[in-house]
Design a protein around this ligand. Structure first.
Ligand SMILES: NC(=O)c1ccc[n+]([C@@H]2O[C@H](COP(=O)([O-])OP(=O)(O)OC[C@H]3O[C@@H](n4cnc5c(N)ncnc54)[C@H](O)[C@@H]3O)[C@@H](O)[C@H]2O)c1
Length: 434
């Protein structure tokens, strides 16, 4: 099939390369000239495993093209995927300006029947809004589909190619037939529903996962008070198939480009329909507090933080990505800056220019390409992202370089017993101090 994807970010580019790899002819369109220039040279503008290889292979075979030319992106195209950002507005609502702009561009340029598939996460009712915008611009026949995306950064290609379910929200048999044909070789359940329900499924899923994280974090906080161990609690809870073992790791809370904004957007959607989503408000509050609790733990260990130097390992919002949007690590560094701490930091993938220019980074920050160099003259080490390479470091080296042998583990990646044996003052989340 001839497919265009609007937006070459994490979702759009992965969608484009995966569909090309499945044999479709794909055009990826973006307004960001630099991104398209890089992609045309076989370079991916962000870190995501497997994507660069698929870009190179499918470009060489002529199955994927990258362009800033809207005409190329809309001609002879049966399906257009919308995969532009829907960031959070100051008010907490989803910012639909990119989606609206894309709808206008599509309306101005399509010249034959096209199925417009929305992959961006959008408030319920956006499908109809997109339809109205396109209709205002053209007389050509088209249909709207909602097909929310569930891929996770860090494993995006595998997630796209092996999804646990595909959601197709549609009110047109013609479009529904075309999109089901596109996904016919996928073996997972395909849920055919209406557009509003499809839009809600995405928000409900993210909100539930965030709730699970905040729930386990609250249990962890109580564990600390009553002398219980969250590792065993989570493990035992997870064995119950009604609960499941995913998203039960206690820590400094969720972050990233989706959960924080989607949870706030859903809370706002509810409010705009006169419904106060009490549970979600608490989920957000608990998540914010997890960051504060970590800072209090450091204070308990080293007293006044003013003028101290603290090292943070891990800046990405989770391992295997370079994405720092709403990262817990950024919040931790910002809270440290509020206490006049000098921050040294290390991350294996993150673009340090983005960190230096981040609006929440207000104090002194030194960024290192070697994790041990980052420990120089530091009073403590904080683990903020559970990168694989941070799980088994050279503890003797850490002990030797740090001024004080203090590790505050925001992701519970080390064993309290081991840390005690090695002579560290070690605190984590929801586990007994030994
Ligand atoms: N990142 C994820 O893990 C993930 C997972 C599931 C769903 N989503 C949702 O998918 C959507 C996209 O997320 P993302 O992380 O890929 O965003 P992103 O910010 O990485 O990429 C968005 C891209 O859209 C481009 N763009 C903006 N306006 C455009 C226009 N008028 N025409 C063409 N391109 C335009 C931008 O230049 C950018 O390259 C969001 O709604 C997000 O919530 C994201």
């Amino acid at each position: 099939m001839n497919i265009s994807v609007f937006g070459t970010g994490y979702v759009g580019l992965v969608t484009g390369v995966c569909l090309a790899n499945l044999g479709h002819n794909v055009v990826c369109y973006d307004i960001d000239k630099n991104k398209i220039k890089l992609l045309n040279c076989g370079k991916v503008p962000f870190f995501e495993p497997q994507v660069e290889k698929l870009v190179i292979e499918n470009s060489q075979e002529g199955k994927i093209n990258f362009t800033t030319d809207i005409k190329i992106a809309t001609e002879n195209c049966e399906i257009i995927f919308i995969a532009v950002g829907t960031p959070q507005k100051e008010s907490g609502k989803a910012d639909l300006s990119y989606v609206k702009k894309v709808a206008e561009q599509i309306g101005k340029n399509i010249s034959a029947y096209t199925v417009i598939v929305n992959k961006s996460t959008v408030p319920i009712g956006t499908g109809n809004l997109v339809r109205d915008i396109i209709q205002n611009e053209c007389d050509v026949e088209f249909d709207i589909i909602s097909n929310p995306e569930f891929l996770r950064e860090g494993s995006a290609v595998d997630d796209f190619l092996n999804p646990e379910r595909i959601i197709i929200g549609s009110d047109s048999q013609r479009a529904n037939f075309i999109i089901n044909k596109l996904y016919k070789d996928f073996s997972c359940p395909i849920i055919n529903t209406d557009i509003e329900t499809a839009e809600m499924i995405k928000y409900a899923s993210n909100a539930f996962l965030a709730t699970k994280i905040s729930f386990v974090n609250e249990i962890a906080n109580i564990c600390e008070k009553v002398g219980a161990n969250i590792d065993d609690v989570s493990y035992a809870m997870g064995l119950d198939s009604r609960i499941g073992n995913k998203f039960l790791n206690a820590g400094i809370g969720y972050g990233g480009s989706c959960f924080p904004k989607d949870i706030k957007a859903l809370s706002n959607i509810a409010l705009s329909h006169d419904y106060d989503f009490e549970l979600l408000k608490s989920v957000i509050k608990v998540n914010t507090n997890q960051r504060l609790f970590l800072i209090n733990k450091i204070k308990k260990l080293i007293g006044n933080l003013e003028g101290k130097k603290i090292c943070v390992w891990g800046i990405a919002f989770k391992p295997n990505t370079d994405d720092i949007r709403e990262s817990a690590a950024i919040d931790i560094m910002s809270l440290l800056h509020n206490e006049n701490v000098i921050v040294n930091a290390y991350d294996p993938q993150v673009n340090y220019d983005y960190v230096r220019n981040h609006k929440k980074i207000t104090g002194k920050i030194n960024l290192y390409s070697d994790k041990y160099d980052a420990l120089e003259n530091c009073d403590a080490l904080i683990i903020a992202t559970e990168w694989e390479e941070l799980r088994k470091p050279d503890f003797d080296k850490i002990d030797e370089i740090l001024i004080n042998p203090i590790i505050v583990d925001g992701r519970n990646i080390y064993s309290p017993v081991e840390m005690k044996k090695l002579g560290f003052k070690y605190v984590s989340v929801g586990r007994k101090e030994i």
